[in-house]
Structures are given as C-alpha cells and as structure tokens.
Ligand binder design. Structure first.
Ligand code: WQD
Length: 339
C-alpha cells in the first residue's frame, strides 16, 4: 500500500517506516520537524535502500495536506504527528489541543477530500489513567488524568464517530504502553530535544555522561521493590504493530482500540539494573519523592492485538537495554552528532 506517515521523522515513526518498507509498502512522510530532524530520514534511506518521499509541513496546514494527498495519493495514513509530553501538556493545554485535536481533524478532512479511508492512530495507554485492575485490557475504563491523555482519548472519540458516519472507513487505535529501545543498526533511536521526560532516555544519558544521576521518583509504592512498574515495549515491536494494524485496516471497517504492550512490567530499579548490565556503566541514582499524578503499576493485556492483529512482542528487557545503549553510545548527542 501507499502509506502517508505523519510525524514519520520521529522516534516511533522512523522505526515504522523501516518496517513498512520491509513489507513492500511505499511510504511518504509529512513532518514539521518540531521534535525531529531531516537527518533521521537520511538514515532511514540508508538503512532501507528504499524511496522515502517527504514533505515538510504541519498537520494543521490544510493546503499542505491537500498538496501531499494529491502528490502521493495514499491508500492509508499512519498518524504520529502530535505533542506527547505529559508535564508540558498541563502548562500549554491550548497548544496540545490545537496540535493533537485540530491536527487530527484537519487530517481527516483532507483524507475525505482525497477519498483515503484508512487511518492508524498513535494513541496511548495514558487514556486509562490510573489502572483499576491489571493487566489492563481495552475494556478498562478510560479516565485520562493529563491534558495529553485527554487529547488522545478525544482523538479516539473523533475517529470512532468518523468511522460510524462512514462505514467504509477504518481507524485502528493503537494504545502504546511504554516505548523504549532502538533499531539494531544503532543508527535510529530516541533523541529527546531537552531534558528527557521518560525513564529510559534519561538512564541512557546518564550512562554516556550527559546527566549526572537518575532521580528515582518514589520508593514507597506497593510494588516488590517500592519503585514504579511499567510495561515497556521495544520500539521495533511497536513499529511492527503498525504494519499489522495496516493489514487489519485493509480488511476491516470501524474504529477499534488495541493495547500494544508486552504484558510484562518492570520496576525502575530493574530498568536501571538491566541498563548497567548492558552498558557495563554504573547508573548513579538519587532517591526522590513520587511524581504528582504518578502511580504504582501499569501492565498491558495485549491478547486482542495478539489474536486480531496477529501481532506479538518478541523483544525482551535485555534487547531493550542493549539496543538503547548501542544507539546512545554511538550517538552521544543524538542526531545532532552530525551537526
Ligand atoms: C516510567 C517510570 C516514573 C523518569 C509516560 C507518559 C508518556 C507515555 C509513556 C506516550 C515511572 C519513573 C521516570 C525519571 C523515574 N508516552 N521515572 N525517574 O510514567 O509511564 O509515563 O508513559 O504516550 O510519555 O505517560 O513513563 O518513562 O515517564 O516513567 O523514576 O527520571 O519511571 O516515576 O514509574 P510513564 P516514564
């Protein structure tokens, strides 16, 4: 299929491009490079020997979207373009609603004009909020506690209404748990612009000496070692879930959420230990109090994706730590190393 990938120069988008091309799909990227760099696409091209058409632009730019649709005529869209920092979303709610909601609406209207009827949406387990039971399945109540999480849930609701009104359309809502890891080439990986918001990139930056120590947020949770448990999913497994979702969207209509996680969770201390083993570098830590809004544990029930998408996670914790270390040690300043 011809697949338009919005935000395709991003962390998950770039890994998804490689998996799409490996399955013979033609890809086109629309990215405004607000949280990415064109260097990423150069690396994707080098790693795939494939053709990656790309347009620089914002998903809220209706005219630009029409140009892209006319030039590339996609059969489907994978929509990554969006803002994703939980903390920042509380400080800039209107910015987050504009990019994540107006962007999705603008994209859908452009798809309608171009008669493109399949969309894979980058959603998030943050739509669940603090879990009421574990493992968390798709029937779990949705109660996002952040602006970011609310933008993801609202976009899911928009997509659900869109497919209800257009029975020949399909929207696959992929609820990511905690994406981590990097491409086995070590040429693609997570490259946060500023101070990393998430655990694994922060640990990686400590390992390469960019950060002095890791603050451990809370050690008094009701978990085996008192630190937070999360369901980490390797970015290559996550990318492959998008390819499986594309195949599903080609044969189904309507909107349907899928949890994309492993069903196994690990604590902060386990993540630190796995990284120390992978890197042979000590990760100094400082114990701090819990983060506001944080919670003890999250764990995916991914049986629906296993059964209906035919998708299974195959990478383990060691793969996640080793690939992250390989990427970070080869690219200590991320993509800016090529500046
Ligand atoms: C994991 C664990 C922290 C940093 C994110 C967001 C969002 C989502 C992925 C897309 C927690 C602890 C973290 C640090 C720490 N992405 N931690 N020190 O909290 O599940 O939230 O999930 O939707 O980005 O919802 O992931 O990586 O921020 O934290 O102790 O410096 O590590 O308390 O227990 P989280 P995380």
């Amino acid at each position: 299929m011809r697949v338009l990938v919005t935000g395709g120069a991003g962390y998950i988008g770039s890994h998804t491009l490689l998996e799409l091309m490996a399955q013979g799909h033609e890809v086109c990227v629309l990215d405004n490079y607000s949280n990415a760099t064109p260097e990423v696409l150069n690396r994707v091209r080098s790693l795939s020997n494939g053709k990656v058409t790309d347009f620089e632009g914002d998903v809220r730019d209706s005219a630009k979207l029409d140009d892209v649709m006319q030039a590339f005529a996609p059969d489907a869209v994978i929509h990554f373009a969006g803002l994703k920092a939980v903390g920042e979303s509380a400080q800039k709610p209107l910015y987050y609603y504009d990019v994540n909601i107006t962007g999705t609406l603008t994209l859908l209207k452009a798809m309608e004009r171009a008669n493109c009827r399949r969309l894979i949406f980058s959603s998030s387990a943050t739509v669940y909020g603090e879990p009421q039971y574990l493992p968390c399945d798709e029937a779990h109540p949705t109660n996002p506690v952040s602006v970011y999480g609310r933008t993801k849930l609202m976009a899911e609701q928009i997509l659900t209404d869109w497919t209800a009104a257009n029975p020949d359309c399909a929207a696959v809502l992929l609820r990511y748990f905690n994406p981590v890891g990097a491409h086995p080439s070590a040429d693609l990986g997570e490259d946060p612009r500023d101070i990393p918001n998430n655990l694994m990139p922060f640990i990686a930056q400590v390992a390469v000496g960019k950060r002095d120590q890791l603050e451990v947020f809370g050690d008094d949770y009701d978990t085996p070692d008192g630190t937070g448990l999360r369901d980490y999913i390797h970015v290559v497994d996550l990318a492959r879930a998008h390819v499986a979702a594309l195949d599903y969207a080609a044969q189904n209509s309507g909107a349907r959420p899928f949890n994309i996680g492993t069903g196994q969770n690990y604590s902060v201390r386990e993540m630190v230990a796995s990284f120390e083993a992978a890197s042979a570098k000590p990760i100094p830590t400082k114990q701090s109090t819990r983060l506001e809004g944080d919670f003890a544990a999250m764990q995916a029930d991914a049986r629906r994706a296993n059964a209906e998408l035919g998708w299974h996670a195959t990478h383990n914790l060691s793969d996640m730590a080793a690939s992250t270390w390989a990427w970070q040690s080869k690219n200590p300043d991320g993509y800016r190393s090529d500046d």
